[in-house]
Design a protein around this ligand. Structure first.
Ligand SMILES: [Fe+2]
Length: 160
């Protein structure tokens, strides 16, 4: 059995090959979520459904948020469809981490008192086909702080 060690990604989203359409995970998620409030992320393989047969099937699907594993679902050929719904929770720490990074990179303090504290975090889905190896795709979601303080203007610095 062929096994690819590297994770394959879409080379050109405007012109996906049939192989890519059958293997690149499709991530369905809200565009934003409140920190601490669970939301669902559905991952399907792929935009053209991959076969689930004894000798050729999707073995598992993983979901990561900012590089941390959210969950992994093992699949069987009898499963019928290669799709999994994960429950994900964004955290205030993800927003704080983003603010600290901004501060370091851009050299200014970020607003911690406005009503729109948030951070774009990365959802990454990885799947394993027993014949064609590992494939991944990513999608950003905005995590919004639950401790917003309305009525104040955000001050993100001059150029942001
Ligand atoms: Fe495959």
């Amino acid at each position: 059995m062929k096994s690819d060690i590297s994770v394959q990604q879409a080379k050109n989203y405007q012109n996906l090959t049939d192989m890519e359409k059958k293997h690149i995970p499709v991530i369905e998620a809200p565009t934003e979520a409140i920190a601490g409030e669970p939301f669902e992320v559905k991952v399907t393989v792929g935009s053209i459904p991959h076969v689930m047969e004894e000798d050729h099937y999707i073995q598992w699907i993983e979901l990561h948020i900012n590089g941390d594993l959210v969950g992994k679902k093992e699949l069987k050929p009898t499963e019928g469809k290669a799709e999994v719904t994960f429950t994900v929770v964004g955290t205030e720490e993800m927003i704080t981490a983003r603010e600290i990074m901004n501060c370091r990179v851009h050299g200014f303090g970020v607003c911690g008192t406005c009503g729109t504290r948030s951070a774009i975090v990365n959802l990454t889905a990885i799947e394993s086909c027993n014949v064609h190896g590992l494939w991944e795709d990513s999608k950003g979601i905005e995590i919004i702080s639950a401790t917003v303080k309305p009525g104040k203007k955000c001050q993100w610095g001059p150029e942001l």
